[in-house]
Design a protein around this ligand. Structure first.
Ligand SMILES: Cc1cc2nc3c(=O)[nH]c(=O)nc-3n(C[C@H](O)[C@H](O)[C@H](O)COP(=O)(O)O)c2cc1C
Length: 185
């Protein structure tokens, strides 16, 4: 039997908000298949900013002793990772940025091979036009995720959304989430 692990990382501080709801919705197909799913709320975790100390260039791993120690393992052991963030002032939330900057020690690792790890990106934004931040989102895909060697299999932009209630009324976005969910196989 095939067994897979799907791990979500949410950069939204709102537990019952749209970002978390979308990540969990994307878990659906994996859960139907009895794959393991787990969501980490970055807002609740002790994640320090990258110190650019250079430790990871000379050694394996990161010198900071915080929640990332566990999250590095989670990323390494996952078949799919889902990274979700609300859009704040045209960019990802600070919680998300703290997390993704810390990818640097994975980038510098001589032993970790994350090439082609499958990544699904989720963005939730109040602005109704999904094209508004598209340049930024493409930039993230290219200069962060693809640069890291991740295989971005899909990007969901939930536009015109400010709450879970608004999301649950938006059939188009929910269907797109279900389509992405079906790709986890
Ligand atoms: C500090 C802050 C800044 C925001 N900036 C933007 C923005 O630049 N563009 C936008 O479309 N929505 C913006 N929003 C709205 C959020 O992106 C939107 O409400 C999103 O759905 C929140 O996701 P959540 O439900 O997971 O919390 C902002 C919200 C906050 C709290």
């Amino acid at each position: 039997m095939i067994f897979m692990k799907i791990v979500g990382f949410s950069g939204s501080p709102r537990k019952d908000g749209s970002t978390n709801t979308l990540i969990k919705r994307i878990f659906k197909k994996a859960e139907d298949n009895d794959y393991e799913t787990n969501i980490f709320y970055l807002n609740d975790m002790n994640i320090n900013p990258c110190q650019a100390c250079g430790y990871c260039k000379e050694n394996e791993g990161c010198d900071l002793d915080d929640a990332m120690k566990n999250l590095y393992e989670e990323i390494e052991n996952a078949d799919y990772i889902i990274i979700g963030s609300p859009i704040y002032y045209g960019e990802v939330s600070a919680q998300t940025k703290l997390f993704t900057d810390r990818f640097y020690s994975i980038f510098n690792s001589k032993t970790k091979n994350l090439d082609n790890k499958k990544v699904i990106l989720v963005y939730s934004q109040g602005n109704p036009d999904p094209q508004t931040y598209i340049k930024y989102i493409r930039h993230q895909n290219k200069f962060l995720y693809e640069f890291m060697g991740f295989d971005v299999i899909d990007t969901l932009i939930a536009s015109g959304i400010n709450s879970k209630e608004e999301l649950l009324k938006n059939q188009e976005i929910l269907e797109k989430a279900d389509e992405i969910s079906a790709k986890i196989e």
